[in-house]
Design a protein around this ligand. Structure first.
Ligand code: AQP
Length: 338
């Protein structure tokens, strides 16, 4: 039996991209025999500016969405990262293990920092070290990730290898990326070249998992497309990012390959296809939005679940991180015999 760790940033309302690319895979993983730990990574969230009041609300909201999607607080451990100090403590050790040259190669930092690299937080730069700590604090060995996170996982393995070498132990195990099924990468509804993102300034660019049926229908109706009808074969989607994205979303929701979607809609205009797509999304997402509201109506119940999750997470991470601290040479409680 292995331990699976994955996280999501409470930087806004979870999107259809988060759902198809991550959350529904997490729900499916719960049917297996591995232990599952799902974390609301608020420490990662503040690598970019978050309004404090909004961050608190978004953390509860993300918990509610995950529960509504089917994450079970009994089967899995669900908690927020800042409630378990082991993450930050191990991340600091990893800041001192990872090399600047390793972080300089991280393409996600380059993408997220953009042209204004001098002005972003140092937290954004060391974000991969914290991600390594998130996983290694639990000796987790399986991590479900999208393609964009593979480089960070390789870094997490490099950090573990150097730690093990420097401190003469085989303490941290290797991590394997978990690629479950063809993980859907969902793109913005306004620009097929950019991924759908919960912190995109344009609400029209994304489907939020809490959107009303009317809002979903309107966003899909307005989604950017091109003037040509839908093609008959998948190869012809290559240079049509917006069409490819909508076909991909419909396929992911309906459990169909893009070829099967085109067999049904190829040759037709976007109008009728968009209607079917909106219908499928509403059927799938409406129960999630409804249950999210129910969870949010009981913030005390939600907090009780999160606190219980944090206790279970701490019980696993504390002895692991304390041993890492001991290996580094910190005077730990086990040395002090008090
Ligand atoms: N558009 C997407 N398509 C498929 N998968 C996606 N994920 C995010 N966007 C898409 C996956 O969702 C998980 C959690 O992501 P995250 O919150 O940790 O950070 P992110 O990847 O940066 O997601 P966002 O929505 O774009 O957040 P912001 O706007 O805050 O940067 C990850 O497994 C991710 O791959």
């Amino acid at each position: 039996m292995a331990r699976i760790f994955s996280g999501i940033q409470p930087t806004g309302i979870a999107t259809l991209g988060n759902y198809l690319g991550a959350i529904r895979n997490w729900v499916a993983l719960q049917a297996g025999e591995d232990d599952c730990i799902f974390c609301l990574v608020d420490l990662h969230a503040i690598t970019a500016w978050q309004e404090p009041t909004a961050l608190r609300a978004q953390t509860r909201q993300m918990a509610a969405v995950l529960l509504a999607c089917g994450i079970s607080p009994e089967r899995s451990i669900l908690f927020h990262q800042s409630a378990v100090s082991a993450h930050a403590r191990l991340a600091w050790i990893f800041n001192c293990v990872a090399r600047i040259g390793w972080l300089n190669r991280m393409t996600q930092f380059k993408d997220k920092a953009g042209r204004d690299r001098e002005a972003v937080s140092t937290g954004l730069y060391v974000y991969p070290n914290l991600m390594a700590a998130d996983i290694h604090a639990y000796h987790a060995t399986k991590v479900p990730v999208g393609d964009d996170q593979l480089q960070h996982l390789e870094l997490a393995n490099d950090i573990a290898e150097k730690f093990n070498h420097d401190f003469g132990s085989a303490f941290f195990p290797r991590i394997e990326p978990l690629v479950l099924r063809e993980s859907a990468r969902v793109m913005s509804l306004r620009d097929g070249a950019r991924k759908m993102s919960k912190s995109d300034p344009s609400d029209q660019s994304r489907i939020n998992l809490t959107d009303t049926s009317e809002s979903i229908a309107a966003k899909i109706r307005r989604a950017k497309t091109d003037p040509a009808p839908l093609p008959d074969n998948v190869a012809e989607l290559t240079d049509r990012p917006e069409a490819r994205n909508l076909v991909g979303i419909y396929g992911a929701i309906m459990g169909l390959s893009p070829a099967a979607v085109l067999a049904e809609f190829g040759g037709g205009g976007f109008g009728p296809f968009k209607e079917k797509l909106a219908e499928a999304l509403i059927t799938h997402l409406e129960p999630i939005a409804r249950q999210t509201t129910e969870y949010l109506d009981d913030p005390t119940g939600l907090d009780t679940l999160l606190i219980a999750g944090a206790r279970r997470a701490s019980a696993i991470a504390e002895p692991i991180v304390e041993e890492a601290e001991r290996l580094v040479g910190f005077l730990t409680r086990s040395d002090q015999n008090l």
